[in-house]
Design a protein around this ligand. Structure first.
Ligand SMILES: [Zn+2]
Length: 153
């Protein structure tokens, strides 16, 4: 991570917003402080934003935050088959937490339970172990990342 790319998050105010310029029109924002992400196309009324919202759970729509520039922010969803996943989990924007689930290796004797779709005799090497699910407060997103091994503990 390049420190030059860390900016102040317009959602939570932390200085841990990882900013990537994709091109002169598109910049991605991914905040390690609050776990939310945005990009310069996510503006109210833009097709990009409405398309994204269509495929998201109600909770994410509920959590959509609009910053001072009219840019929308949504919770990140992390899905790393070999490490684990993190997603916003809860009933509504007043009552939710980050859920972090660790991936585990599929044992030989159970591999037939995890076939790769459309492939013959190929099986997943890792699976999400829901029994490892831990909940983290919004501001503890970074601890959720550590929990699944993305960041050192
Ligand atoms: Zn933030």
């Amino acid at each position: 991570m390049n420190a030059d790319n860390l900016t102040i998050c317009l959602r939570c105010g932390s200085d841990a917003c990882y900013t990537t310029e994709v091109n002169d029109k598109i910049t991605n924002y991914s905040c390690f402080g609050c776990g939310f992400q945005s990009n310069s196309l996510m503006k109210q009324g833009e097709e990009f934003l409405s398309e994204q919202l269509e495929s998201l759970p109600e909770l994410y729509k509920d959590l959509l935050f609009e910053d001072e520039n009219g840019q929308g922010w949504l919770p990140q969803t992390i899905n790393l088959p070999e490490q684990g996943m993190i997603f916003a989990n809860g009933g509504n924007s007043e009552d939710w937490k980050w859920a972090a689930v660790r991936a585990v290796e599929v044992k030989d004797e159970e591999k037939t339970k995890y076939p790769i779709p459309d492939k013959k005799d190929e099986f997943y090497k890792h699976r999400m172990d829901m029994t490892t699910m831990e909940m983290f407060e919004e501001r503890d997103f970074i601890d959720a990342l550590s929990y699944i091994g993305v960041l050192p503990e």
